[in-house]
Design a protein around this ligand. Structure first.
Ligand code: AMP
Ligand code: GLY
Length: 439
């Protein structure tokens, strides 16, 4: 089988690496891929990013299964396009991807279906938004409605920050936010306290197969200080998601979401990622939905997965009845048992000089360790030049390791990092600190 992974990050490297381990695979193509996928003999980069050109290429090449990594192509309708040509693809349709691409849509959806989330109001008029913030006080959270490359959420600890965020997010011709139809909007919501976890489920209609739990570290600096980033490291499992919390998330968040989407005529397919906030008393709220896998969470999760990933993803694309009838339909996805390595997997992101504000590229990367059973370096912002690599993006590498305990996984990952070098390399030295402290 020929498989296509769409995207160029560490998540896509990990997906392609895992897919290539299947005996059923002839080649895994990655479009456009990165320096790591370029230099792995089992993978091949395809330099196409336009979804129409990619669809034509995939048809001609006889691709049996495609998997979408990032949100961009999903919100452009790549899944609708591939399916219209009769091709199998893992991901949500453009309409279903609104759960991520429009905060206003997803918050209103959660309200309609009583899915626990922070209280909120949506605004397009700056004056009303400013007045609302003054009424509610800080801390308060301001979210741009459209996709904003990870910059669309401001957790404002004081009112000045909140007012500033409203102003730039509601600018009609913003260079940061891709506004949705109807113009600029913001969601303003209550600040939630607690611990975050990433809960990802592979879905088809009402069928839901939860993946191993994980937690990422969004802030740039140790002790969760500094600006928010796409994620500076992650580990799996997340001990905060106890079996009780897991059951509650499936019952109160995942199932009602899939049922709600089905009822509204937008059945969900692909990966649903609920960003959770878990309070000290065990209350769980949905911070956000993503309609894709997390990056860097996917890297440690793939290291723990023991199943043939091709079988799992193929099963997820089997047609389901997709009817409005909510009586349980058995889908092949539901007969799959995922098997996870009992070890902890932990990934540390090595970021480029200036990340996340103004990223410098072109720095030579030296002394990458060889792939090992318990340690793997997934590439993200890299390009290969012969047998060397250079930095080409903000998050450059994710050094991922498996260990019997969180401390052992951490030690192995940080030992591997000691050898690696590029100018301006930034990384956190405390990935996994919560799990290590047992909180
Ligand atoms: P989101 O893209 O909505 O997940 O927001 C990005 C990050 O902002 C989250 O991972 C949280 O760290 C933080 N955040 C978002 N919403 C809230 C909230 N209501 N209360 C506290 N922190 C939040
Ligand atoms: N690591 C968070 C995300 O992928 O959205």
């Amino acid at each position: 089988m020929k498989i296509l992974v769409i995207g160029s990050g560490g998540r896509e490297h990990a997906l392609a690496w895992k897919l290539a381990q299947s005996q059923k695979v002839q080649c895994v193509y990655v479009a456009p891929g990165n320096g790591g996928t370029a230099s792995d003999a089992r993978l091949q980069n395809i330099p196409i990013t336009d979804i129409h050109a990619l669809c034509d290429w995939a048809q001609t090449e006889g691709i049996a299964l495609s998997v979408v990594g990032p949100e961009g192509p999903l919100s452009q309708g790549v899944v609708d396009l591939f399916r219209s040509k009769g091709m199998r693809i893992v991901g949500p349709t453009k309409a279903a991807a609104q759960l991520e691409s429009s905060k206003a849509f997803s918050k209103a959806f959660m309200k309609r279906h009583q899915i626990p989330t922070a209280e909120f109001e949506t605004f397009s008029d700056p004056q009303l938004a400013h007045a609302y913030v003054d009424l509610k006080g800080a801390p308060i959270v301001i979210k741009a409605d459209g996709l904003a490359a990870g910059k669309g959420v401001v957790v404002a600890m004081d009112l000045t920050q909140a007012h500033e965020a409203i102003d730039w997010m509601l600018t009609p011709d913003s260079s940061v936010v891709v506004h949705n139809e109807g113009g600029a909007r913001v969601v303003i919501e209550e600040f939630l306290d607690g611990q975050e976890a990433s809960f990802m489920v592979l879905c088809n209609g009402l069928a839901a197969l939860p993946l191993a739990t994980s937690q990422d570290h969004k802030r740039l600096l140790d002790q969760d200080l500094g600006p928010n980033t796409g994620g500076m490291g992650a580990y799996s499992p997340a001990p905060i998601v106890t079996p009780g919390i897991h059951a509650k998330v499936m019952r109160e968040i995942i199932r009602p979401t899939l049922e709600g989407m089905m009822k509204e005529g937008v059945p969900f397919t692909g990966f649903l990622y609920a960003g959770l906030m878990i309070s000290n008393s065990g209350e769980v709220k949905t911070l956000e939905f993503n309609t894709r896998l997390g990056d860097p969470e996917t890297q440690p999760i793939m290291m723990r997965l023991k199943n043939d990933w091709v079988d799992v993803l193929m099963a997820s694309t089997e047609p389901s009845a997709h009817s409005q009838d909510l009586s349980r339909q058995v889908h092949p996805l539901e007969s799959i048992e995922l098997e996870w390595d009992r070890r902890v997997a932990l990934g540390v992101v090595l970021a480029a000089h200036g990340y996340p504000q103004s990223v410098r590229t072109g720095d030579a990367i030296e002394h990458l360790p060889k792939e090992a059973e318990d340690c793997m370096v997934f590439h993200a912002g890299t390009v290969s030049e012969g047998d060397h690599w250079k930095t080409s993006g903000g998050r450059v590498l994710c050094v991922s390791a498996l260990g019997g305990t969180i401390s052992l996984a951490q030690q192995l990952a940080y030992d591997a990092i000691k050898a690696i070098h590029f100018e301006g390399m930034q990384f956190r030295s405390d990935i996994g600190w919560r799990a290590k402290k047992g909180i």
